[in-house]
Design a protein around this ligand. Structure first.
Ligand code: GTP
Ligand code: MG
Length: 224
């Protein structure tokens, strides 16, 4: 039975989940392959920079496939019919790859390096670095699509790339923990302080960028 035929829109959500069971593995396979392809691209870029002994804009890469629970929760939020085909069409971040960079300029560079590859189609760029969210969240979200070559067909698979500095990532992971742990009961003061912390992180990022540029402009004592 295919995932499409298992997930009729008339079934209640819990039943959908039970039915997803082994079908979910089939559903997420292309997403897992897309993640493998994209992370390989990132590793190749990294190796290139390391080999040339140049400043590498990539510090770390991680990836995840959305859990069945969050796929269903998002589908419900979007009022998307609970069929595999509709979910595939409407939820564009089932596969997610997060890249952390040293500098703010590195984030844009990495986005260009990946987005400029001929098999990568850039669908949307949400630049929360130049336009942060009201809570202070900063990150570059690049929605891409890449081909995945399965044994019997080629499928175009959407992946959400989140590219941010280590400082932005540090802030986001703590904010996520606090927000999800305490949900709406989070004190106003705490939220205010988090937003201020995002500003501190941004100032640190700007300072590191400036220091990096100054160092890059210095003549090495060995050369002189
Ligand atoms: P979701 O993906 O369901 O959140 O909805 P969306 O696509 O409308 O949201 P958006 O593109 O703004 O954010 C997608 C992802 O970015 C989230 O799932 C988080 O991983 C991350 N993100 C966005 N806003 C925040 C934030 O305020 N704090 C943290 N920690 N992460 C965020
Ligand atoms: Mg989004």
């Amino acid at each position: 039975m295919t995932v499409d035929s298992m997930c009729g829109p008339d079934l209640p959500m819990t039943t959908q989940f039970e039915l997803f069971g082994p079908g979910f593995a089939e559903f997420v396979l292309p997403y897992q392959c897309a993640i493998a392809t994209l992370t390989t691209k990132v590793h190749i870029l990294r190796q290139g920079f390391t080999h040339l002994d140049r400043h590498c804009p990539i510090e770390h890469v991680s990836a995840r496939v959305k859990s069945p629970d969050s796929v269903m929760a998002k589908a419900q939020r979007l009022r998307c019919p609970l069929t595999a085909a509709d979910i595939r069409q409407n939820i564009r971040d089932i596969a997610g790859v997060r890249i952390t960079c040293g500098l703010i300029s590195d984030t844009y560079r990495v986005a260009d390096l990946i987005g400029g590859q001929p098999d990568v189609t850039v669908f949307e760029v949400e630049d929360y670095i130049s336009k942060p969210k009201s809570n202070g969240y900063k990150s570059l979200h690049v929605a891409v699509e890449i081909p995945v070559f399965l044994s019997d067909r080629v499928v175009q698979v959407p992946v959400e790339l989140q590219i941010r500095t280590i400082a932005m990532d540090f802030w986001a992971s703590l904010e996520h923990k606090i927000y999800y742990k305490y949900q709406r009961s989070v004190l106003r003061r705490l939220l205010q302080e988090l937003t201020e912390a995002a500003d501190v992180a941004h100032r640190l990022d700007r300072k590191m960028e400036r220091l990096h540029n100054e160092v890059a402009g210095l003549k090495s004592p060995v050369d002189s």
